[in-house]
Design a protein around this ligand. Structure first.
Ligand SMILES: Cc1cc2nc3c(=O)[nH]c(=O)nc-3n(C[C@H](O)[C@H](O)[C@H](O)COP(=O)(O)O)c2cc1C
Length: 185
């Protein structure tokens, strides 16, 4: 049976504190390329203003399947559950790769069609930001402090390792084109 959800619009600025607090513990970034939908856990991200627009910046290591998906379709959704209780989903989606497994099916996640982007939201984490990439850039390894290079980019750890590895991050700047909390009807 299909589920129906209401999109209760939110002012992102007014929700900044719960968004950033929860992001630190984990959120989902979902991507779509062709018919494939993939989601992965993130805990790094920034919300701010550039070009007079509200932007969510995601930091994605170059070897992630999500990175490939974003290169193919520069739209993404961010899903957050400020009430927590989604540790199992975040753990799974933060350790398995969409290059090997369909995480949405494996975790039986509920996808809800995007309003202004081609990528769905994930209802289990109802606070949704719909984003369109307006800028992307690989971080310059020569500009990162030596301490951080050693801590976050161990060059002896292969790309396919789910945590810190040899790959650097691309910053994907997504203009936030819609924001809402999903509510089951
Ligand atoms: C709590 C948590 C936070 C994470 N944050 C990030 C992040 O901000 N950027 C990143 O590239 N990977 C991050 N990861 C790792 C990816 O979620 C993980 O490698 C995932 O399996 C990649 O999925 P994919 O290959 O389907 O894209 C995080 C993992 C966890 C568990």
């Amino acid at each position: 049976m299909e589920n129906y959800f209401k999109r209760n619009k939110i002012d992102v600025i007014e929700h900044l504190t719960p968004i950033v607090k929860t992001l630190k513990k984990g959120a989902l970034i979902t991507t779509k390329s062709g018919d494939e939908v993939n989601t992965m856990t993130i805990s790094w991200g920034k919300i701010g203003i550039e070009w007079n627009k509200l932007i969510f910046t995601a930091y994605i290591r170059t070897g992630r399947h999500t990175h490939k998906m974003l290169e193919e379709n520069g739209e993404f959704t961010i899903n957050i559950n400020p009430e927590g209780k989604v540790g199992k989903i975040l753990g799974f989606c933060g350790t398995k790769s969409g290059s090997e497994i369909n995480k949405i099916e494996a975790m039986n996640l509920t996808t809800v069609e995007g309003n202004k982007v081609s990528v769905p939201a994930i209802a289990e984490l109802p606070l949704t930001l719909e984003c369109k990439v307006v800028y992307k850039q690989l971080q310059d390894r020569n500009a990162i402090s030596k301490d951080y290079i050693e801590q976050f980019y161990p060059q002896d750890v292969a790309s396919d390792y789910h945590s810190a590895n040899q790959d650097f991050h691309t910053m994907f700047y997504g203009e936030i084109v819609d924001a809402y909390i999903l509510e089951k009807e």
